[in-house]
Design a protein around this ligand. Structure first.
Ligand SMILES: [Zn+2]
Length: 471
């Protein structure tokens, strides 16, 4: 039997207004080199100034991962040359990063030990056009937190599930937008295989995995490739490989460099960072219930099924909305089914998130309460929901304006039924002849003419009564 060992290196771009060591905007733009200054361009003689917000967000993540926080965190220079990095060194953390020895526990994944989490600056980007390459330094110096796990995953699916939950976590914490397509969350994996009981094998790193699917595919491919090699008595080369998604395979890129190759040394222009008690209290205050913990609680506390709890805890905003709606006094079943159904559908159509729409918990609760007390029917509720998602409107006014209150006295509806039956004599004859099928048609017509005011449950009864009275 062959065992595999998988570790992850996750990079997240921290959501800050400015870059980590200068005042340039930390914001995506299509105008190359528009967010640059002498500091992030690596001019001689300039001095870096540490961005407090980047530090705060980095510590929030370290704390959420139960890391031990070093009393004295040190910045180091990691030396290497590449055209996307004008300074020829990257300011990072090596010997004493912000957080070490963390632990993350979630369902479906073994306990994952966090080796460390360190703050560093991102590099710029190279844009290749034909034989020419262009340098864009907008991204150079933007704050990046790198999280390194121990090789605690055994299966590609575990690593994939962990990544999905990790992405939710950084979004819950408000430290990163988790957009993998735009590169604000990136992942490298390391993987080795060995015969069972023999411990770690020789590690191969696979870079540039910009989707969860690529993480899984690259790992599956590597495990197969390495297993074949060791079974055939060959030895695996320690190297860095790239995922080629077109060919669905990893390809050798370079032999793996060692820490020594980078000549790390403490950054002389930045003092060590020593978090104060007050600062750490702020970090504690910024912690939230993590998405997988909240999902489990939703299942236990509200009796939701897996799918329902998964949907409602996808985003913190959605989970908060649901819980506040239930607190507002509507049933769990309605809060959940309306959020998953009509609200999700309308938001999707409007291409908006819950927070971007006009829907508030109060408005949502108002509509559902009217539905629950049978003041409006489901059709009317859907109509109101659609309007209050897309417009800043008051649900009561929308209901009045569209005359959607279910008519309490049936006189009005009865008159409509009389007219309906008179207009559809043929259908009535059919029903009287014993064919029940056209009743649905009549109910539909009644709902249409009543503008949703008739109660569909009562409508059926009423129509049948009237027909039998016709003699
Ligand atoms: Zn700058």
């Amino acid at each position: 039997m062959i065992e595999s060992f998988i570790g992850l290196e996750i990079h997240i771009q921290l959501l800050t207004k400015t870059k980590v060591f200068c005042n340039c905007k930390n914001e995506f733009t299509h105008v190359p080199n528009s967010h640059v200054c002498p500091v992030c361009m690596g001019y001689p003689g300039v001095l870096p100034v540490l961005n407090e917000e980047a530090v705060r967000k980095a510590y929030i993540v370290c704390r959420a991962m139960n890391c031990h926080l070093n009393e004295k965190a040190v910045f180091d220079r990691k030396n290497y040359f590449y055209p996307d990095m004008p300074k020829n060194y990257q300011i990072s953390q090596f010997n004493s990063p912000f957080g070490v020895k963390g632990l993350i526990e979630m369902e479906g994944v073994p306990k994952v030990r966090i080796h460390d989490a360190h703050l560093e600056e991102d590099a710029g980007k190279l844009v290749h056009e034909g034989m020419t390459s262009y340098c864009d330094y907008n991204r150079a110096g933007t704050p990046l937190l790198e999280i390194v796990t121990e090789p605690d995953f055994k299966k590609p699916e575990e690593a994939e599930l962990f990544m999905q939950n990790f992405r939710k976590m950084v979004r819950y914490l408000g430290v990163c937008d988790g957009n993998m397509e735009e590169g604000s969350m990136r992942c490298d994996v390391n993987v080795s295989v060995n015969f069972e009981g023999k411990g770690l094998g020789r590690k191969v790193e696979v870079k540039n995995l910009n989707s969860f699917r690529h993480v899984k595919l690259a790992l599956q491919y590597e495990i197969q490739r390495q297993s074949r090699m060791i079974t055939a008595g060959e030895s695996v080369v320690q190297e860095t490989r790239l995922w080629n998604d077109e060919k669905k395979r990893t390809e050798g890129m370079r032999s793996k460099e060692n820490a020594n190759d980078y000549r790390y040394f403490p950054e002389p222009d930045l003092p060590p960072y020593c978090p104060t008690k007050e600062f750490l209290a702020q970090i504690d205050a910024a912690q939230v219930e993590l998405p997988w913990v909240r999902k489990r609680r939703f299942i236990d506390e509200y009796g939701l099924n897996e799918d329902g709890a998964e949907f409602l805890t996808e985003e913190k905003e959605k989970a908060d909305f649901f819980e506040n709606a239930v607190k507002g006094g509507i049933s769990i079943a309605n809060a959940s089914s309306w959020m998953r159904g009509e609200v999700a559908k309308d938001l999707n159509k409007a291409k908006k998130s819950l927070g971007e729409s006009f829907l508030t918990v109060e408005k949502f609760v108002t509509v559902i309460k009217l539905l629950e007390s049978e003041k409006i029917n489901a059709q009317a509720a859907k109509k109101v929901m659609d309007i209050i998602i897309n417009e800043d409107a008051d649900p009561m006014q929308v209901i009045e304006k569209n005359n959607l209150m279910q008519t309490a006295d049936s006189g009005e509806v009865e008159a409509m039924v009389d007219k309906l039956l008179a207009d559809n004599a043929k259908v009535v004859a059919q029903i009287k002849g014993g064919d029940q099928k056209p009743i649905g048609f009549l109910i539909g017509q009644l709902m249409k003419t009543s503008g949703g005011k008739a109660d569909p449950k009562k409508a059926r009864e009423l129509i049948l009564n009237k027909i039998s009275q016709l003699g």
